[in-house]
Design a protein. Structure first.
Length: 273
């Protein structure tokens, strides 16, 4: 049942992204963020098939992810990218909204929903989400700033070479809306702290240490019951949140888990070797 639901989510996510591309952004020659933005701008200037360019640019990232991350995340991402590219060949590239600003707004919303629900089940719609997971597992990396800068370069290039700065501004709007929708569906903050009160301490610790993060064990006592408990604390990135929830649900479904936003981390973020 769970696998069937995951397949349905992947399909719906890919459909929403493909519709957002083909019926809202591409007809107005607007850009999405990340790898799809690079594929679009090259497609606009060369008339190459944007869907195939999107697949081509994602291939090395998916191979890198398969080596660095593991099978489940990448398999979901591969399925999402392939379905998106196939649907882009099926769905006609035609106007739904005549006004570019409406294309930017509704295209951004659809792409954000499609990407967000795919992230919720532990995969991605490809592109820089894969880079994000790899880099944030290894470094406390200012990924958002870097990716925003790269998107900015592509957007400026679009406005400059097309001699139409309205397209660049509408593209910025689409990327901003898409990012906000993804954050709303998935999680808003790059880092979170999880406090886990559990009776399966040893099993959970063994699994959590497979993540590249440290785990702190705290002895606690229930104020009402006066019973002794174990609480595990760990700081993770948003890309690892789905995997953390999966581990907890598998080992101790009755664990009490409190997940809070983390404004900043001082000191060693990765697991101490």
């Amino acid at each position: 049942m769970k696998k069937a639901l995951d397949v349905l989510v992947i399909l719906v996510g890919a459909l929403l992204v493909a519709v957002g591309f083909n019926m809202f952004l591409i007809p107005h020659q607007l850009l999405s963020g990340g790898v799809s933005g690079f594929a679009m701008i090259i497609g606009y200037f060369t008339n190459f098939n944007i869907g195939f360019l999107y697949l081509l640019f994602n291939l090395p990232l998916m191979i890198w992810g398969l080596v660095s991350i593991g099978r489940r995340f990448i398999m979901i991402s591969v399925a999402s990218v392939i379905l998106t590219v196939w649907l882009m060949q099926v769905i006609p590239t035609s106007y739904v909204a005549q006004e570019p600003i409406l294309g930017a707004v509704f295209g951004g919303v659809l792409i954000g929903i499609g990407s967000g629900i795919t992230l919720r089940i532990g995969g991605s719609s490809g592109g820089f989400d894969i880079v994000g997971l790899i880099l944030t597992r290894k470094f406390d990396f200012p990924l958002g700033t870097i990716l925003s800068s790269m998107n900015g370069v592509v957007i400026v290039a679009l406005g400059y070479f097309k001699h139409n700065w309205d397209l660049a501004l509408f593209s910025m709007l689409a990327i901003y809306i898409s990012g906000k929708v993804v954050d709303t569906i998935h999680i808003r903050h790059v880092k979170v702290t999880a406090f886990i009160v559990t009776k399966q301490k040893d099993e959970l610790i063994n699994e959590l240490l497979s993540l590249p993060r440290g785990v702190t064990l705290v002895k606690t006592e229930g104020a009402y019951t006066k019973q002794q408990h174990d609480m595990l604390m760990t700081v993770i990135t948003r890309y690892e949140l789905v995997e953390l929830k999966r581990i907890i649900k598998q080992i101790d479904p009755k664990a009490f888990v409190n997940i809070v936003e983390t404004v900043g981390v001082v000191g060693e973020f990765r697991k101490l070797k």
